[in-house]
Design a protein around this ligand. Sequence first.
Ligand SMILES: [Zn+2]
Length: 390
Amino acid sequence: MATEQFPITWITETWEHGVPWQFTRQTVQKYEAAISRHGQAVRWIQSILCPRVQPGMGQHDPTCPLCAGRGRIYQPPPTVSIYQELAKQLAPGQLTPKYTPIVGTPRVWHQKQTINISAVQPSPWNYIAFDPPYPSLWNTLFVDYQFSPLIQVIGENSSVIATNVLQTIATQQISVGQNYSATVATVTGVQNITKDEVYTVASTSLNLIYLDSMGTWAPGDVLSVDYSYVLPYTFVLLGISVNMQWLSPYEMENADALLVTPGWAKISSGDLFTPLSAVQSDSQVIDPRQTGPTGMDTVKNVFDIKAIDRILLYSGVEASSSDYQLFGRNQIQWLSNKPMQPYTLQFRFNPTFVALPNVQSLRYAENKVLANRTSLVYYNKASQAEANFG
Ligand SMILES: [Zn+2]
């Protein structure tokens, strides 16, 4: 690869993470520019193996309380590391990086001089506070930091959409004219302010909170909710063509798509990625007899259902939409009149991809701290392969 010229040349000898830092900075900026042009909101879910899975024992217990028989536990993603972002102070002693909230301890410097950050930082950590003397406002500073996709919301006035079901407001993201729902991660409190009652949470799903009961709640009562949610990332997701397979040696042979992330996203094999702008329709025949009269039905090979359009019963009659609801990402909960014969579920879903085990060093002409490339396969392909294996 030819040597490139860099616009700023006043440091030449400082090496970061084993590479001259100008290389890092310029390439990060190129990736950031590419992501702002071609990126799309992608929901990232981290996946770890269930500790109760015993290797070589075939099918995992479908009633496992940790993983519901999936064999994997899904949880919010880890932090993303950003190296050598160029940043300026918006006010003296306050530096605002591109991605927040910040976690861990960032490192800020100007030329070769480290800037001292304050011992006490703002909460939530959405800018970095310095100790005086402050660098000049004209100086371009460099910052290494990590950010978390988890956003905390305290005391939101929640909206009730059905008995025991609350819809969170802050999770409704507006991006380029489209609505994206962020995902509730944890709920730390639900309180009826009007009646001075505290409610317990049964589960969460996408932007919904399910309660065990709502006490003496009546329309007009104010519900206050404390929770955190996972903000979708903007990543570049590319379908892999035959041409790309030939030209790009870092791709896995069986990959369907390639995910490009800024900074250093710690992606593990089995993690799930859902582009939120892509919605597809499908239908599936489900046999509810497997889960009995009270159990929830799971939609196979689909992870992220957006909406149920209709349920057609064995008798040819359509089920009433008040009899069932979407639970979690791919389960049907029957509230009443659960049928005991197969039914057809017609639904819309966001296609989900699964990360393949990647060898991160399989790159060419680039250094390691930069944008990740991760090879992905379709979720339905991966889960079908798992089912055949099990
Ligand atoms: Zn399990």
